[in-house]
Design a protein. Structure first.
Length: 193
């Protein structure tokens, strides 16, 4: 249980904290806290990978749990944002379905003694998804805390720009999610045989 793996475990434990603050409406500024928790959890993803590589602490546990922690974090955020009405359900379904499909492929491959490493598209997909979710969380905060919004000069312009940016980022996340899923299956079609 090295430092990189501990950070991965911390990321998993941050998910229920994120869910508590975003789901319970009676907590003052809960969505703001949830947004910060999500950002911190996202940063641990980059940090644990960096530490594992630079300190030569890459383990099988880390490879498995790091991917699982990412999926749990992104899935929790997507479902929360669907419930809040910020993103449409079909976006969450496409992203989550891709995660199930690639995880299934990895399970089949592991049963055959093969390891499917994260691809370039998979890494880009994770980064774009996280940026899109942060943008959607910021939009959610402006929706439910008008007192913040009223203090911002040109609030309507900022809100409209953030809304358009969120839509663009979510569309990009869906496109890259689909491309990365196809890429995994094309490159590993031998596993299916």
């Amino acid at each position: 249980m090295n430092l990189a793996n501990k950070l991965t475990i911390i990321r998993i434990f941050l998910v229920p904290i994120f869910l508590i603050f975003i789901a319970i409406k009676d907590i003052p500024y809960g969505a703001v806290i949830a947004t910060f928790v999500f950002i911190i959890a996202s940063l641990t993803d980059k940090l644990d990978g960096y530490i594992a590589r630079t300190r030569n602490q890459v383990t099988r546990f880390g490879k498995l749990m790091d991917r699982l922690a990412d999926k749990i974090l992104v899935t929790a955020a997507l479902i929360s944002l669907v419930e809040s009405g910020i993103i449409p359900a079909w976006i969450a379904v496409i992203i989550i379905a891709r995660e199930f499909a690639v995880s299934g492929l990895r399970t089949i491959s592991a049963a055959e003694g093969l390891v499917i490493s994260a691809s370039k598209w998979g890494k880009i997909k994770t980064v774009i998804q996280i940026i899109a979710i942060i943008s959607a969380l910021l939009q959610f905060n402006l929706d439910i805390y008008p007192e913040f919004a009223n203090k911002i000069l040109y609030y309507n312009d900022i809100y409209n720009i953030l809304s358009i940016l969120t839509d663009i980022l979510l569309a990009l996340a869906v496109i890259i999610t689909v491309i990365s899923g196809i890429d995994y299956f094309v490159k590993n079609k031998s596993v299916m045989k």
